[in-house]
Design a protein around this ligand. Structure first.
Ligand code: PGA
Length: 250
């Protein structure tokens, strides 16, 4: 089955030149991606580069958007502006943004606003740590329920859910999750979606994994773990490493 690979460049690279080189490498040298979807989520100032390298293999994404359509919101970027840049997907609810004060209510408003402008949200959920009592499950359930308030059956079809356990993210993460840990959460998320919507939607909603993905572990999630795709941070900034991940999908 076709997979979704989301590259989250975060606040990298530090120069326009490096961003240009990396994007050019990806767009020109990416191999046969079959039906897989490659979404490259660039920092705002680099979004315009996409026009230069536009091709059918890559989809343009962003890492944030305002919860308002327009107006006096200094420093914010609206989905309407992103549409004009060619953005098709936006990451929302990433733990690094939640750590800066974004709560489920704001994330919900962002999702509603993105959907209004026909941009597809990639909703990140995930716990800080796993406790034996299992309260991380109710934490994730709460994140999903609160972030999806007011989202209709029709709209939910445009959302990707990324399970990103905070303990597995970045260089400071303790370890990558296991495929079993991913499977548990995937089933759990599908049950929540089925309760809110219905089993058909629960079956079709893409659930991807993120947190220290590399070419050595990617297959364990997409094949054995049944992940519909991957959200890649660090290893999406290195063309060799990123294309090695893509190759594991073939
Ligand atoms: P990582 O980041 O692959 O560097 O762990 C993933 C993410 O936070 O999106």
């Amino acid at each position: 089955m076709a997979k979704i690979i989301v590259a989250n460049w975060k606040m990298n690279p530090s120069s326009l030149k490096e961003a240009d080189t990396l994007l050019s490498m990806i767009s020109k040298n990416i191999g046969n991606i079959k039906n897989n979807k490659i979404i490259i989520c660039l920092p705002f100032p680099f979004l315009y580069l996409f026009k230069k390298y536009k091709n059918k293999k890559i989809i343009l994404g962003a890492q944030n958007a305002s919860c308002y359509p327009e107006g006096s919101f200094t420093g914010e970027v609206s989905p309407k502006m992103l549409i004009e840049m060619g953005v098709k997907n936006v990451i929302v609810g990433h733990s690094e943004r939640r750590a800066q004060g974004e709560d489920n209510k704001i994330i919900n408003q962002k999702i509603l606003n993105l959907l209004k402008f026909k941009i597809n949200p990639i909703l990140c959920v995930g716990e800080t740590n796993r406790d034996k009592e299992g309260s991380y499950l109710s934490f994730i359930e709460n994140q999903i329920k609160e972030c999806l308030v007011g989202i209709s059956k029709k709209q939910i079809n445009n959302i990707i859910i990324a399970y990103e356990p905070i303990w597995a993210i970045g260089a400071t993460g303790i370890r990558v999750a296991t495929k079993e840990e991913f499977i548990e959460i995937k089933i759990f998320i599908k049950k929540i979606i089925s309760d809110i919507y219905d089993s058909k939607i629960a079956h079709s909603i893409p659930i991807i994994y993120g947190g220290s993905v590399n070419y050595l572990n990617s297959k364990s999630f997409t094949e054995e773990g049944g992940a519909d795709g991957l959200l890649v941070g660090r290893d999406s900034l290195n063309f060799k490493k990123f294309s090695a991940i893509l190759e594991t999908l073939n």
